[in-house]
Design a protein around this ligand. Structure first.
Ligand SMILES: [Cu+2]
Length: 498
């Protein structure tokens, strides 16, 4: 919990305002049943096992309160936020979200916060599971190369967010400074087969979504609450492909789901699964049979469900543009025998996921690097284009380019494409509507503009299209696309399409 009474907090007025916003209202809520002060710690001090996401430390398996020592190091480091896109994250423990901490109600926690000597900024920590001013923030302000120590008693059980609260707080959080601490009830949590740690966050880069290279933090977008990325576990693809989380048919799965924010509320949903139970808001009440659970910024939930039918289950923020256009998508893969009585089968992955179903977009990065170095081969363009086509265009034009009779015109051997690259670029950037005749067949439908793609991506997709399925074989360059994008739409032959 956060409060305002601390002199050190008072000194930083910006921090004060944010602290009020985060913690203020909580203070006026009537206290639930008195929390357990389980008395003095017993036994030898225990060093807490910390884990990186999506892993969760094992249960404490203790029936007495102990002194638990937590050593957490802040590390500022550059990591991939999306394929070919780097971002300088500020982390608790080297990962986003930060290390998972697990203690037992009644434990006395001796917290050591270290700030790596390579850091540029001071940091601190506010744990929502702490009862005391600033949730530890005021006692843990730590300059680079220093260490702070404070001790708290874990009075209330539950799943709690922790985060950095150094001004500007929003920026520290936006850079990835948050994680979860689980305070187990004295009797422990019911046994399950798998436990995972998933945490959402919104990110703000100066470049557009998937714009390659190193992307700095964009304060203005953050203030406007217009994220470039909304992500699970700090990177697009952190939990997809071979990094998907897994379970077997018949297993009970428990998810600890946090939301670091700093701005957005998550509508957390697993496509094709129903949560048997959710401890919503991380509190002690249990809601049953939940489809989508709201996770506030700075909040968390514990959700359990049973894996019943094998396949890929897509975890999303059901504010769907975040899922499909900002990265808020993860996969839970369930292995095991089919259960036709519950579900007939047939995977719908590709349709739902597009290029996000791919294990990775490495060819896209390679092409971007080649382009940056000025030595991009046609082959690299085609490879990158093929991967991007799989998510962007194949939904309608199909992966074999043959389209769908009466609805989506073919790209394979399309005489429209025979008219040259300029028209094709225009269609991708500005869309197409009204009557169009392809290979003697009329289509009168709408293709939305694909202008979320950057110049590089359009060039690679079209190079792939032109060099596949018997098409004429042009190479489309990034510059061609750039020029077309800059040109006035009317000059691009709109009239012809109408
Ligand atoms: Cu910080």
């Amino acid at each position: 919990m956060t409060t305002l009474t601390l002199p050190r907090l008072l000194r930083a007025s910006r921090l004060l305002v944010l602290a009020a916003a985060i913690g203020g209202p909580l203070l006026s809520v009537a206290a639930p049943a008195a929390p357990a002060d389980a008395g003095t710690p017993r036994g030898k001090p225990i060093e807490a096992i910390l884990t990186s996401p999506p892993h969760v430390p094992p249960p404490t398996n203790r029936n007495y309160p102990a002194k638990v020592i937590v050593n957490l190091e802040v590390v500022e480091k550059t990591m991939q936020i999306s394929e070919g896109v780097n971002y300088t994250f500020w982390t608790f423990g080297g990962t986003v979200p930060g290390s998972f901490i697990r203690v037992r109600q009644g434990d006395t926690v001796e917290f050591h916060l270290k700030n790596h000597p390579g850091s540029k900024m001071p940091h601190n920590i506010d744990l929502h599971g702490v009862t005391g001013p600033g949730g530890g923030a005021a006692s843990s302000f730590t300059a680079p190369g220093h260490e702070s120590q404070f001790t708290f008693k874990a009075l209330n059980e539950g799943i709690y967010v922790y985060h950095c609260a150094t001004a500007p707080v929003g920026m520290h959080v936006a850079n990835g400074m948050y994680g979860l601490i689980l305070v187990e009830p004295p009797q422990g949590l019911p046994k399950v087969d798998k436990e995972y740690y998933v945490m959402q966050g919104d990110f703000y880069t100066t470049g557009k979504y998937r714009e390659k290279g190193h992307q700095p933090f964009d304060m203005e977008k953050a203030i406007d609450e217009k994220p470039t990325y909304v992500l699970f576990n700090g990177a697009e693809g952190a939990l997809t492909g071979d990094k998907a989380i897994t379970a077997n048919v018949g297993e009970k799965v428990r998810l600890y789901i946090g939301n670091g924010g700093p701005n957005l509320i998550s509508s957390f949903h697993v496509i094709g699964a129903i949560f048997d139970q959710v401890r919503f808001e991380g509190g002690s009440n249990v809601q049953k049979n939940v489809q989508t659970t709201v996770i506030p910024a700075g909040g968390a939930a514990i959700a359990t469900f049973t894996a019943r039918v094998p396949g890929s289950y897509v975890m999303v923020d059901h504010s769907l543009f975040r899922a499909f256009n900002k990265g808020a998508l993860a996969i839970l893969r369930i292995d095991g025998a089919e259960n036709k009585a519950i579900y007939s089968g047939k995977e719908v992955d590709a349709v739902y996921l597009g290029d996000r179903a791919q294990p990775n977009l490495a060819a896209v990065t390679q092409a971007a690097q080649g382009a940056a170095a000025g030595k991009l081969t046609k082959d690299e363009q085609i490879k990158a284009g093929q991967q991007l086509f799989a998510g962007t265009c194949s939904v309608c034009h199909q992966s074999d380019g043959k389209g769908m009779a009466g609805v989506f015109p073919p790209l394979a051997k399309s005489d429209f494409l025979g008219a040259g690259a300029a028209k094709a670029i225009d269609v991708v950037l500005r869309g197409l509507s009204g009557k169009v005749t392809v290979n003697g067949t009329d289509y009168n439908s709408v293709m939305p503009p694909m202008n979320q793609l950057n110049d590089d991506e359009v060039a690679n997709i079209l190079t792939y299209v032109f060099n596949s399925w018997g098409n004429p074989g042009h190479v489309v360059s990034k510059d061609d696309v750039k020029k077309a994008r800059a040109a006035a739409p009317a000059a691009q032959g709109q009239a012809e399409h109408k």
